[in-house]
Design a protein around this ligand. Structure first.
Ligand SMILES: C[S@@+](CC[C@H](N)C(=O)[O-])C[C@H]1O[C@@H](n2cnc3c(N)ncnc32)[C@H](O)[C@@H]1O
Length: 285
């Protein structure tokens, strides 16, 4: 019971932090879009999204990939963009309205407890969200529940720490400055939590999915400098902000400067290129 309460408290903190990071995440949409362009196209294809599909987009954030889905499905389809942050959901609503995409519906919903009465959907996607769930297996069970039999799913998460040295550096530096011991990177809810080889396939199968297959893809983050990457992280990377939130402003500033210095290791002659490896996991209900 007390563990249940702790998990809920952790989730409330995470949601509040995403509420605070929402404007920053939204503002960085062009940068995120460019970074994830290939991965997003693959994710939509692997989920089997096509004209007329009815799709659920879980942990949709500010709705960038939701609009890609909307374009793919056309006016005959529908996409329900869900997220537990009301601010992010309202930003995705505004983005869809500005694009005149009436096939986009939005809903504030915890991905681990989707409401009854939605679906069944032809496809479900979750771009860089599932690894942040307190209980990713429960999130997958929920996506399984709302899909029609034979429906497709594809999720995108970070792979293991060695393949994501920038994220690993951010986490390590944040923990050091916060005076916390290094944390097991595969602990549930962390940015790299689903990167342990084989883990995500296992969770998909436990949730009841069939034909589970994971593909690793390179997704380097290319920006003019390490400072640009840090600007993105400071404004929008809620999990890092959450670790630093226990420090006063001056101590936080020292942590950010230290991160930037370490991340200059990825300077190249053509600017800054931070390596990332992502896992696309596709399956059928
Ligand atoms: C890294 S952002 C990705 C947003 C979006 N999918 C994208 O790729 O632009 C992670 C998102 O997961 C959402 N999130 C985290 N845990 C969640 C949960 N349990 N239920 C619903 N959304 C959640 C956050 O609010 C945030 O929007």
């Amino acid at each position: 019971m007390s563990q249940h309460l702790d998990l809920n408290a952790g989730k409330t903190t995470a949601r509040d932090q995403w509420e605070r990071a929402a404007a920053g995440w939204d503002r960085h949409t062009p940068v995120i879009r460019e970074w994830l362009r290939t991965a997003t196209d693959s994710m939509l294809g692997m989920a089997g999204i096509s004209p007329g599909s009815h799709v659920i987009d879980v942990a949709a954030g500010a709705g960038d990939q939701t609009l890609d889905i909307a374009r793919r499905i056309g006016a005959e389809g529908s996409v329900l963009a869900t997220d537990f942050s009301p601010t992010l959901v309202s930003l995705s609503r505004q983005r869809a309205d500005a694009a005149g995409m009436t096939q986009v519906k939005t809903l504030v919903a915890d991905g681990e407890h989707l409401p009854d009465g939605i679906g069944p959907f032809d496809a479900a996607v979750c771009r860089l969200g599932l690894m942040l769930f307190t209980d990713p297996l429960q999130g997958l069970r929920e996506m399984h529940r709302v899909l029609r039999p034979g429906g497709g799913i594809c999720t995108l998460v970070f792979s293991r720490p060695e393949k994501n040295p920038c994220v690993a550096t951010l986490l390590r530096t944040a923990f050091e400055h916060a005076g916390l011991p290094p944390r097991d990177p595969f602990q549930p809810g962390g940015l790299l939590s689903l990167g342990r080889p084989g883990l995500i396939d296992q969770l998909f199968e436990q949730a009841g999915f069939k034909q589970v297959a994971t593909t690793a893809i390179e997704a380097p983050f290319r920006l003019p400098s390490a400072r640009h990457y840090l600007d993105f992280v400071r404004a929008s990377a809620s999990p890092i902000q959450q670790i630093l939130s226990r420090l006063d402003a001056a101590a936080q500033e020292r942590a950010w400067r230290d991160m930037e210095a370490r991340l200059r290791a990825f300077d190249t002659a053509e600017g800054w290129a931070g390596p990332n490896e992502l896992l696309l996991t596709a399956a059928r209900r």
